[in-house]
Design a protein around this ligand. Structure first.
Ligand SMILES: Nc1nc2c(c(=O)[nH]1)N[C@@H](CN(C=O)c1ccc(C(=O)N[C@@H](CCC(=O)O)C(=O)O)cc1)CN2
Length: 286
């Protein structure tokens, strides 16, 4: 049996159609959701991502301002920009593209974003609310993964979910979201001994390792749901995930491709969060 494809591109398209309809409704109240994207430095992948975010915003009828700075920008200068965006009533969402250059403290910058405009869901208040299951903007990649599972009728309840990776933006939050849906969650990371002994027990395996095609059929349980968060280049410079997509086909139950899996969902969730922020602003004025 060949694994079923979890098509993030198709699901994200559907979500974007729904977002566009809601944006049109908001426009009737004279409100256009506005996203400010801040990019520091010349990282070419980051530049591609922020351009995609801007293009998608515009396609959905939302405003998007790109604030681009050289990698010599100081922390103070960046904090001043965030302060200005926090006060701008036309801006409903602020996103600082990660990673940031070394001289800038990521935590300080993220903490300076108003939680009401924290559409990335990275602010400590957003993270705290997410942890206790209260209303918060959810981080876009983990949120996108949960939407994919739901779309394909994959219920995490009672399943063993194994997360490889413990980053603040993917690994830690996806484990929490799966736990909230009653999965039993195991976190693995670079210091985990005998990784395969854990991954072989996973009904749902989340691979966020950063190593091209690292997960092959020897790591997985027959019928497992494999979610690939990796974004790597293979030996030929071709984009690929952390999972050897071809090699797991005969053994996995479901698998996400790279490209076209989790990545497009990340952008769709960002659009949803920005729209929600603008809608919340409207409901406050009523
Ligand atoms: N402030 C943030 N920084 C970063 C985040 C984030 O959510 N917020 N996540 C990643 C990068 N990222 C979004 O910013 C991102 C990565 C990949 C994709 C995507 O659509 N990938 C495509 C392939 C794109 C290509 O051809 O290169 C796919 O998988 O199909 C979207 C968003 C780190 N930084």
């Amino acid at each position: 049996m060949t694994a079923k494809l979890i098509d993030g591109k198709a699901v994200s398209q559907k979500i974007k159609v729904q977002v566009k309809e809601r944006v049109e409704k908001l426009a009737q109240h004279g409100i256009i959701p506005g996203l400010a994207v801040v990019l520091v430095g010349e990282n070419s992948a980051s530049l591609t991502y922020v351009k995609n975010k801007k293009k998608t915003c515009e396609a959905l009828g939302m405003r998007s301002d790109l604030h681009q700075f050289p990698d010599t920008l100081t922390e103070q200068e960046l904090l001043a920009k965030i302060d200005q965006l926090n006060q701008d009533p036309q801006i409903h969402g602020i996103l600082v593209q990660l990673p940031l250059p070394k001289q800038i403290d990521e935590f300080k910058v993220i903490s300076a974003i108003s939680p009401e405009k924290d559409v990335d869901g990275f602010h400590p208040i957003s993270v705290g609310n997410m942890m206790i299951g209260k209303d918060a903007f959810l981080p876009c990649t983990p949120h996108g993964i949960m939407e994919l599972l739901s779309h394909y009728g994959i219920d995490p309840s009672g399943k063993h979910a194994v997360v490889i990776g413990r980053s603040n933006i993917v690994g830690k939050p996806i484990g929490q979201l799966l736990l909230q849906k009653d999965a039993t969650v195991t976190y693995c990371h670079s210091k985990t001994k005998d990784l395969a002994s854990f991954t072989a027990q996973a009904d749902i395996l989340i691979a966020a390792i950063g190593r091209a095609k690292f997960i092959d059929h020897t790591f997985i349980k027959p019928g497992a749901v494999i979610i690939d968060v990796g974004m790597n280049r293979d030996e030929n410079g071709k984009l690929c995930g952390d999972v050897d997509f071809e090699d797991v086909q005969e053994k996995a139950g479901f698998v996400t491709p790279v490209p076209g899996g989790v990545g497009p969902m990340t952008i769709a969730m960002l659009m949803g969060n920005t729209l929600e922020s603008a809608e919340k602003g409207l409901s406050k004025t009523k």
